[in-house]
Design a protein around this ligand. Sequence first.
Ligand SMILES: Nc1ncnc2c1ncn2[C@@H]1O[C@H](COP(=O)(O)OP(=O)(O)OP(=O)(O)O)[C@@H](O)[C@H]1O
Length: 931
Amino acid sequence: QTTTTTRQTGTGTSAVVSPTSTPPPTCIPEYDCSTSPKGCLNNGVCQGKTCKCMPGFGGNDCSQLSCGSPLTDPSQRPTVKKGEPCSQCDDGFAGFNCNVCQTDAGCRSKPPARTSFLGNEAMVCNKKPEVFYNSFMNCKVNTPELTAFFPGNYTLTMDLDVTNKTVNAQLWLGQTEQFYCTVPNCTISTTELSGVIKTKWDCPTLHCKCLLPTVMCGGIPGSIVTLGGTIDTLKGPFSLTCPHNSKDCDFFIGDLDGLFPTGLKMEDCDSGECVFESEMQSELQRLEAKMPAGIIACLAILGALVLFLIVVCSIARRNQIIMRCTPYVLNTEAASLEFRNVGYTLNKDGLQILKGISGSAPAGVVLAVMGPSGAGKSTLVDILAGKRKDGKVSGHILLNGKQVHESEIRQMVGFVDQEDTLPPTQTVYEAVLFSAMLRLPEGMPIHRVHERVSEVIDMLGLTHCKDRRIGNVTARGISGGEKRRVSIALELITRPPILILDEPTSGLDSHSAHMVVQQLCKLAQSKTTTVIMTIHQPRSDIFFMFDQTLVVSKGEALYFGATATAAEYFNRRGLVCPNNYNIADYLLDIAMDQELVARARNYVEEDPEKANLATGHQVHVSGAVSRRSGNGNGNASEITRTSDERSFETSVRVEDVGSSGSSTVSLPEAGPSKKQKAVYPTSFLLQLQVLMKRNFQTLIRDKSLLNRAGSLFFMLALLGFSSISALGAFTDTRTLFIKERSNGYYPPLPFVISTLLFDLIPLRIVPSIFMGCISYFMIGLSPVVETFFKFLLIIVLFNLATAMFCLVIAAGVRTTGVASLSSSIVMLFMMLFGGFMINQGKIPAALTWIQYLSMFKYGFEALAVNEVATSKLIDNIQGVAFNVSGSLILQKLFGFDLGGYWKNMIVLIGFNLLFIFAFWAFVNFRLKERK
Ligand SMILES: Nc1ncnc2c1ncn2[C@@H]1O[C@H](COP(=O)(O)OP(=O)(O)OP(=O)(O)O)[C@@H](O)[C@H]1O
């Protein structure tokens, strides 16, 4: 008896057939994939005799679905019969074969099959299309061409393996698998295009296998079309593209071009993989960090700013053309100035500094205001020049006998302060030209401006030094006397009808003092300017050059009248100037001695004619007169006078006061004056141009500024502290600005713009870029072009913000020492909370808010995220190699926000805008002359 055993192929079952009629015993031999022509389906691998299936497949030949979850041991996963769906997946998993994770909890429900280099790290479920380890994807296939041939519901299941760069895919019609493919050697990329992030798998080849009997592949009776041959011979290329912002993907196979020209449309894709956080590379985060909305917002703001600038420039240019075409007139006549009952009381302690002083300076005279130190001379001339005062001012001022507004006083009066506030880097000619350009009418031709500058320089005897730098304590320039004359020249340039000078001879030797006064007297004699000056202790020859003298003692007028009659006036009161004694000194001696003052005041003039001697001219002193006579302005009577003064008043004629019959103007009662619109003789554009030219000269000539900026080339950490140099640079120009603003050279805006341009561009932006370019490549930072430019952007914005901060401090704090101390302390605190010295996540809760005020935090975080987040750290621990993403280090070590690049940039831009506004506000509202 012979027994023959045959193997029935393709079914996995075997039968024993006997030639005899005896029924054979039933025996199903084990499936041997090594001998079965079917082998292992769905890319399962035949090991020995058994198939090792891909996750989600089971059975002898891997043709059945296995359920549960991929975390379960493959041999333990429950399988279902062919054509049946998985009835239940493990918690946290879903999909055709339960491979797709849904929640982090699902990924943590079982111990991971592999270990993290961090040890105890828990897995998370990555639902994004970017794959970090091995992801599974289920999609519905909705391609009209496909459903037209083979109607039904299609599902594509995929296994995306980053380690092997392979995709395994299966196409199902209902619950029946039609064919499966394996796609090796893929290139995986995640890119951003027009704000959409896409992950793409590009693979050159693919191998597919059609299954029989199926609707698509054939083997079913009645099939009209079968794709079996086509699918089995597919070669590729293959691509799969999944945008991150949608659940639809595109699937493309080159050989099926003709059949499905637009690719296979995949909808409702659901993907998921269980990974360790440390495995998640940063490319996705980097791309997401781009914050396209933020960029668009920035561009929109930039566009609006550019538009705004264009509009402002057009308006400014139009104004400039109008001003240039306006005919100009220069003053040719001196004006007279009368003042009545001028009083001044300090607000804080009610101290009365001036007690109703009256007097006048007729057109073309020189009036000297004399008195001992602290008598109130400067206070009086400040008020006459229309300077803003902190305290309470009272009394009346008439210009040419007419009522004028305080702003008109400022326009008609040139004022030379006690201190010489001059630009040290400019030459004498340049400084006077600067004043001429800004204060002469813009319609004046430029050659006339230069002629006028030369004329004034010549008039003040400065021709020999006109090309010398003015200098300061550190860089010696012209002499003190020459500086005084330059200060006078700056005011004389406009040929003011009245020139008021506070101590023009202080600090000068007697020869220089004589020269200055002589030139002022010549000016008055030319009848173009009336001169009023305070003088402390003039030489006798200088004293007799004055037409009129007002002697002030303790805030009250002791004598006002012709200089020539002063000696006789005091003689009659028994105050005789000794022989060989300087009469000016003698007057001061009297003014300083209250006993002598009382004697002079108590003397009653018997001869009314002689009483006139005290007054000398047509205008006389007394505030009390109006009280007595009731004429003139009733306000005058409001002023309270001392008993001492009353006797003095009897010695002067008062009826003439206000004899012009004109109305008088009250001085502001107290505090800041009413808002008046300042009128400038030049346009905004010219002001900006002239200021920028001076700033440029200062920059070129003041080498110390560039040296300070040089430190920027060396270390990034120095950026913040280098910005403190902005303090020094601004403090120098601050006083100059206050003076020039007060004298009506220009308003704050062109000054702010020009300061910002010439501090920020050459001293902050250019050095930061230089430093960045050099240090970036020396350190060997990321060679990616985009990263480099983003690095530059950070350091420039950071440096701008810190410099702007220092400028705000410089504008807001009056004392330079306090300003630099406060900015250093703030910088140190900002550094401390900047993220490098202390982990931001470990700052005590009560102090966390401080970090948000630190510009270092935003700069450092942006730099770190830009550079490190895209890198991978490769190392090994005890021989076990591992790599960890830079993003993880940033998170764990520094507590940084990985998507924080643009967020930090926007905060830095915000800081800049805030500081620019604060700087403008301080300059506008705080940097005003207060005397
Ligand atoms: N804002 C102020 N705060 C406090 N005291 C003031 C103020 N302004 C003026 N004074 C005081 O008023 C007095 C007169 O000051 P002022 O400067 O006018 O004197 P001066 O005659 O010009 O003195 P000098 O010849 O020394 O310059 C001084 O005692 C001065 O201290």
